[in-house]
Design a protein around this ligand. Structure first.
Ligand code: PHE
Length: 339
């Protein structure tokens, strides 16, 4: 019986199996226990020897049970630990990386060009006073841009700026000439949207003021920007145009040798020499703030352009609305290279 019990104990693969073997041999009605119960029926002279024999069997079985139990418990613990262990050699979970929005990429390129030319870079408020957006920029009350159809007016009489040009006024009120500055930021127009029009878009505005600044400086600056964007073959073209805050005013376009042979003039923006009425409006605002009138008699130029147009062409985006629809299939194509 001892031999069978020990064979079964050693064959037990789990603690449950082992409990079964234990019950069968040394439990309350186990085989060894029963055997002990028969002692009383033996003649007294045999009882002692038989008793000792059965106790020896029981002790051997108990010892084997304890040992096997130790082995099985350790194995169970090992299995639990290894299932929880961290394998530091496994590859990590990939983190999705972001990317710069295409408009910000174009801004970075443009602003890089102007920073190299020594321009300051500023931003201004998107909620603007009528005076800065129109009046001080010599936009007459009857100008169509003032119409409710074109401008988002707020209930308090202010508006969402329709261009970045009001920052010309704000900057000159705060700074004396000579100055060179570019303004980046969002602008808003109340109009129907289509593939080339959005009610919110961006502008880069340039302003240069100093003694003797001329139209030649303006043309040279725009040409320098075109070469910075498109390389040495880039050409610029100016066509007369009307903006109330410049005189003379012009629209400018850029042409360059496109490797795909699809070169054509790209209309980029407006520009011109600062209108004397603008300098006067700035001096009036300065005077009202107790500052010196320093702009009358100065000359300068300004220009404004839209990075969306550059980005659409550069990245082959056919519809301006894609930039702001937040569709990950569009913006996901600009993932990864930050910078
Ligand atoms: N502010 C003009 C626009 O939004 C662009 C412009 C800026 C024109 C500076 C001339 C000078 O259309």
């Amino acid at each position: 019986m001892q031999h069978e019990a020990i064979t079964e104990i050693q064959a037990a693969q789990t603690l449950d199996d082992l409990q079964g073997v234990k019950t069968r041999y040394v439990g309350k009605s186990g085989l060894v226990t029963k055997e002990l119960g028969t002692l009383g029926r033996l003649p007294p002279e045999e009882r002692k020897a038989r008793g000792a024999e059965i106790n020896a069997v029981r002790q051997a079985i108990d010892a084997a049970l304890t040992e096997r139990e130790g082995v099985l418990k350790r194995a169970a613990l090992d299995a639990k630990l290894s299932s929880e262990a961290i394998d530091v050699t496994l590859p990590g979970l990939g983190l999705p990386s972001g990317g710069l929005h295409p408009i910000n990429r174009v801004y970075d390129e443009l602003i890089g060009i102007y920073e190299r030319l020594g321009y300051a870079v500023v931003e201004g408020p998107e909620v603007e006073d009528e005076h800065y957006n129109f009046e001080a920029l010599n936009v007459p009350w009857y100008h169509p841009a003032r119409d409710l159809q074109d401008t988002f007016w707020l209930e308090d009489g202010r508006l969402l700026r329709t261009h970045t040009s009001p920052m010309q006024i704000r900057y000159m009120v705060e700074h004396e000439p000579a100055l060179k500055v570019v303004v980046r930021g969002k602008v808003y127009r109340y109009e129907a949207t289509d593939a080339t029009h959005e009610s919110m878009f961006h502008q880069l505005e340039g302003l240069v003021v100093g003694e003797g600044i001329s139209m030649a400086d303006l043309k040279g600056t725009i040409a320098e920007m075109a070469r910075g964007l498109y390389g040495a073959s880039a050409k610029v073209r100016f066509q007369p145009s009307y903006y109330p805050f410049v005189e003379p005013g012009a629209d400018f376009a850029v042409w360059w040798e496109n490797p795909r042979g699809e070169s054509k003039w790209l209309e980029l923006g407006g520009c011109g020499m600062i209108h004397p009425n603008v300098f006067k409006a700035v001096d009036d605002l300065r005077e009202a703030q107790g500052k010196a009138r320093v702009y009358e008699g100065q000359t300068g130029f300004a220009f404004g352009l839209g990075p969306e147009r550059i980005a659409m062409l550069k990245y082959g985006v056919p519809d301006i609305r894609y930039f702001y629809a937040n569709d990950p299939r569009v913006l996901g194509q600009f993932r990864g290279e930050l910078g």
